[in-house]
Design a protein around this ligand. Structure first.
Ligand SMILES: *Cc1c(COP(=O)(O)O)cnc(C)c1O
Length: 300
């Protein structure tokens, strides 16, 4: 079943409304793979799931917030494969779990709530020590499916896109950076990747942040599009999402893909892309995260 999903063709939607002479824009619709296993998440999980299959673990353990696309994708994949799984959730037990955690629980994920402090310690530990757990223990997947195993999975994305060689620039939202790191590995000569961080990175930390990604010179990161930080939004961003959907028919989520699309339009308006450029925005999914917003904001 997961093989079928990862084998699906990825549709390309042209963006027609950003009339920048001599530049073509399009969106790769990874959001259409599946509502729960959407976007980049199945790819990042791919080799972790293989590792699980090849090892002798008692289950999978991973991390996320209350609206985490990664937790949802993991819960769904684990259920499809019959793998026991544990989700460590950032923040105290809510009085009423939101729809994302409700789905996770319904699909059999055991949820363990930890304080933000404890969460920070645990995720840092998982990132530092990587995936291996003792035989018979849980396979620990770092937050967001990051780490080398996740990067290798993300590198599967570009080769799946038909005519990928005709694009000069590939743009994506950056959370952990795993997807961008994966893209970076598969760039052809003369092809560039642009990452848009959705977390605020203060100027003094931008250098170390870039270094930590360890990407090639073909990959750049464009700061200033976090709209106040991770999970934050402004009226301007919501307005952009509404008009982008009205004009192009492409739904976005406010945490990741809306910020990447906004940044791309902004860069286009500034004349960042030279004549003849063909620019592909990766729609990395995550639409379910909009369930944390008041109902009725969007027509999708
Ligand atoms: C998780 C996620 C990202 C971030 O991917 P990273 O590999 O962590 O940088 C981007 N977009 C969406 C929709 C996501 O759910």
């Amino acid at each position: 079943m997961l093989d079928e999903l990862i084998g699906k063709d990825i549709a390309i939607t042209p963006i027609t409304g950003w009339s920048s002479t001599g530049v073509a824009f399009a969106v790769a619709r990874l959001d259409q793979i599946h509502p729960a296993l959407s976007g980049n998440k199945l790819f990042k999980l791919w080799y972790y799931l293989e590792q699980y299959r090849l090892g002798s673990y008692k289950g999978i353990l991973t991390f996320g917030g209350a609206y985490s696309n990664h937790l949802l994708a993991t819960a769904y994949a684990a259920r499809a494969l019959g793998i026991p799984c544990v989700g460590i959730v950032r923040g105290e037990t809510p009085r009423v779990p939101g729809p994302t955690l409700e789905d996770c629980a319904r699909w059999g994920m055991e949820l363990r709530y930890v304080s933000r402090e404890e969460y920070r310690g645990m995720t840092a530990g998982a990132a530092a020590h990587g995936a291996p757990a003792g035989p018979g223990g849980y396979l620990v997947i770092p937050e967001g499916g990051s780490g080398e195993t996740g990067i290798r999975g993300a590198a599967l994305i570009l080769p799946k896109i038909e005519d990928i060689a005709t694009f000069t620039h590939i743009v994506c939202a950056v959370g952990t950076g795993t997807t961008l790191q994966g893209l970076d590995r598969g760039l052809l000569p003369g092809q560039y990747a642009l990452g848009i961080p959705v977390i605020g990175v203060p100027p003094a930390e931008q250098g170390p942040y870039l270094d930590s990604l360890g990407c090639s010179p073909q990959t750049t990161v464009h700061f200033g599009y976090a709209f106040g930080g991770y999970g934050r939004r402004t009226e301007e961003l919501i307005g952009f999402m509404r008009s982008f959907y009205a004009m192009e028919g492409v739904p976005t989520d406010f945490v990741y893909t809306a910020k990447a699309a906004f940044a791309l339009r902004d860069l286009a308006t500034q004349g960042y892309f030279g004549t003849g450029s063909r620019v592909l925005l990766l729609h990395t999914g995550g639409l379910q995260g909009n369930r944390s917003l008041p109902a009725g904001l969007f027509e999708y």
